[in-house]
Design a protein around this ligand. Sequence first.
Ligand SMILES: Cc1cc2nc3c(=O)[nH]c(=O)nc-3n(C[C@H](O)[C@H](O)[C@H](O)COP(=O)(O)OP(=O)(O)OC[C@H]3O[C@@H](n4cnc5c(N)ncnc54)[C@H](O)[C@@H]3O)c2cc1C
Length: 512
Amino acid sequence: MSSRICSALSARRFLPPAGAFFLKQRHNGLPTGPRLPTLRAMSNQNQPIHIIGGGLAGSEAAWQISRAGVPVVLHEMRPVRATEAHQSDQLAELVCSNSFRSDDATSNAVGLLHQEMRRMGSLIMGCADRHQVPAGGALAVDREGFAQAVTAALEAEDLIQIAREEIQGTPPSDWKSVIIATGPLTSTGLATAIGSLTGEAELSFFDAIAPIVHRDSINMDKAWFQSRYDKAGPGGTGADYINCPLSKEEYEGFIDALIAGEKTTFKEWEHVPYFDGCLPIEVMAERGRETLRHGPLKPVGLTNPHTPGVKPYAVIQLRQDNALGTLYNMVGFQTKLKHGEQARVFRTIPGLEGAEFARLGGLHRNTFLNSPKVLDPFLRLKAEPRLRFAGQITGCEGYVESAAIGLLTGRWAAAESRGAPISHPPVTTALGALLNHITGGHIETVNPGPPSFQPMNVNFGLFPPMELAPKSETGKRLRSPEKAAAKKHAMTDRARADLEAWLTGAVAQAAE
Ligand SMILES: Cc1cc2nc3c(=O)[nH]c(=O)nc-3n(C[C@H](O)[C@H](O)[C@H](O)COP(=O)(O)OP(=O)(O)OC[C@H]3O[C@@H](n4cnc5c(N)ncnc54)[C@H](O)[C@@H]3O)c2cc1C
């Protein structure tokens, strides 16, 4: 075992008698979910799976693995070594808000994700439900009660060993199956080792996020499709961007709003650098009123077909963001404006008055991989497949999403250890849609600025659109907002049915 590990593991052995794995576990009223049947041929079953990082993802992965009857060592560096944001030594600590966001499984994508995770016996969701505090339609938790419950549940599992130690470099070569779930604040030694395995350009330490808009919320009576100078470029059509025009008066008002808008401040420890090519839009506006008009908002090479005789004073461009074509990002709009301000200011742009944002902009300290490039479809590092990644480091965003990816990777690692087949959840489910974003659902761009793959919360823009427009019970075509609500209901119904079919199929496959 590597000398880089700060504290020694106990000499506990991982050889419980065959078939005894399930009997030894204590349930404590916590979720169990559908379990995989015990396999006769358990290829690596006596070898523990090593998880690095006991946050939201690592804790969920450990739970899923132990519930499948496979031993786990969970390596968590706190309290031996602190992060800049965590305050305690508890596993699954929530570093900021205490909210898991909407719990509405019929018309909200994160609510649907909650439901799917509950269905799959999620520890994180089980503890969140048990420590819920009143928060309207949201699922908010008593943060200490929640983290203590997760910690106690994991400590009570005989198949889980918790090692309080920092892993400071490449995990030892005798660890045959490893899940790295060290999150946005991965410690430096490990991050350096990961960077050397992936190539430094494929590991980011900051995100620089431009807002993303649902395509069907853009008013195309004002906006239009066109690439600058109608250039088709590689894979393009010459009409790849959505353009929103600004008159001189609108441009001046927009600059004033950007400068006056309330901004978030960096935490002292974040040290977020401003790179050339991805300055926050309001910083560019502060540098000179014309800067944006000569930068990302330049009006050249574009003709507004709605008013062909009037040259726009400035043009805001949106570029397709996902392969499904349901999401568009605002080009050059990385920003530190507060979320409420972003929605208010950006909805003053002609064509975006009714914009629904799948994601608002931001700049944060955040360690994450260029996952579509360096990970395989089951989140194993292509360069070293014994290493699998989970949680926010894979390019999802948020507590629930991180735990969801931990749930999947835990199940995959356990199934591999048992010699059982592994498969993806359908892309029509919240789990599958989120996974698809990480493994390659976005559109790669070669433009200067931040890398095109950026972290994302789960949202309906990641789901394949419904082929048929939903109709009312009497068979009539619906109008907005009933149409939008019916579409969400139809998508979540489809997700539930497809998840069930997948889970039933996966269990049947494993039993063969
Ligand atoms: C300041 C801040 C505020 C945030 N606010 C919110 C919010 O309000 N809502 C929201 O949904 N999301 C928020 N996030 C995002 C949030 O961190 C993630 O969504 C979530 O916690 C990520 O889960 P994770 O399991 O991937 O990482 P984490 O939960 O961060 O867990 C990673 C764990 O790995 C450990 N670790 C790191 N390096 C090593 C190592 N080398 N060896 C051993 N252990 C190691 C850490 O101590 C930590 O316990 C915030 C993030 C930050 C940084």
